[in-house]
Ligand binder design. Structure first.
Ligand code: C5P
Length: 304
């Protein structure tokens, strides 16, 4: 039987997402603090003479929103590795999605990071870490962080990642994916520009979140959570504002739109509080997943 390499990569939440005025290339300068949570996509690769891509998805994931042709970011990751090494990258690849699609949790970025690591290993390409990070940055702004995991500071358009200490605090989250479709990241950034036409080129600094993380103080962290994309996401999807209010009334320390949304995440005091809140939201008809972090970036889970 041929060897199967499975690599697991986590979803991300932006604890701080400061967004400046758009650059000349159209991207927005960011100061962001990423954290990884225990909600994962797996990418499994088996040797094959051809390229093929398949998908399994958790029940709450909209599998129909994932293209399996050349436009999938996993296919793009394979092409990028092929170009770097001048070899054909053929493999039979299956993505198993536990991260909601187009939800602001960087699920596609997790897939790209996992694919780079899985294919590098399967084909014994021995890509240098610097090359892997460069390819990751070319594939998408959040892909380098999916390789790193943990907590990290993101600058540039998000692709310049500086790891931060994991600290002592385990962060307990309730993650509520949208059941009425995703939000397009470019559309949310465009709406941010419309709502904030005279924003400074300098993104808002992450000082408060960084000091709460250093202190390991979850209550201070909850108060410091900041997302400049929340206003445009809630303007496009007013139901998200109602959901945040409901979760905070039901005991969350803070509710927040994740990245460009529409997933809403709630930071809770501890595991019991997270499980209790998830139960309340489930009774209201929501999908509510409990996840904690920080967790490791893209890593091999079998195939050794
Ligand atoms: O880099 P990524 O492919 O994830 O970006 C998707 C889109 O999100 C970009 O094409 C751009 O419209 C928007 N974006 C942005 N500024 C960033 C990151 C993303 O405007 N820093």
């Amino acid at each position: 039987m041929s060897e199967r390499i499975t690599v697991r990569a986590p979803a991300k939440i932006n604890l701080h997402l400061g967004v400046g005025a758009p650059r000349e290339d159209g991207f927005h300068p960011l100061e962001t603090v990423y954290t990884s949570i225990g909600l994962y996509d797996d990418v499994a690769a088996v040797a094959s003479s051809e390229w093929s891509l398949g998908l399994d998805a958790a029940p709450y994931v909209d599998a129909s929103a994932v293209p399996l042709d050349d436009t999938n970011i996993v296919a793009a990751a394979a092409r990028a590795l092929a170009a770097l090494h001048g070899v054909p990258v053929t493999a039979s690849v299956t993505i198993t999605k536990g991260i909601p699609v187009a939800g602001g949790l960087a699920g596609g970025s997790a897939d790209a990071a996992a694919a780079l690591v899985a294919l590098d290993r399967l084909l014994d390409l021995q890509t240098a870490d610097d090359d892997l990070l460069r390819l990751a940055a070319e594939l998408g702004s959040d892909v380098p962080f999916a390789l790193h995991g943990g907590h990290a500071l993101g600058t540039g358009r998000g692709e310049i990642v500086t790891p931060l200490p994991a600290g002592d605090a385990v962060l307990w989250w309730v993650v509520v994916p949208s059941t009425s479709g995703g939000l397009s990241t470019p559309a949310v950034y465009r709406h941010y520009d419309e709502l904030s036409p005279s924003v400074s080129p300098e993104p808002a600094p992450a000082t408060a979140v960084l000091s709460a993380l250093r202190a390991g103080d979850v209550v201070a962290l909850a108060a410091a959570l900041h997302n400049d994309l929340q206003a445009p996401a809630v303007d496009l999807r007013p139901d998200l504002g109602d959901l945040i209010a409901a979760g905070e009334a039901a005991g969350a320390l803070r509710g927040l739109v994740s990245g460009s949304g529409p997933t809403v995440v709630f930071l809770c005091a501890d595991a019991d509080a997270a499980r209790g809140l998830a139960g309340v939201l489930q009774e209201d008809g929501h999908t509510a997943l409990v996840a904690n972090g920080p967790v490791a970036g893209a890593h091999l889970v079998n195939g050794l």
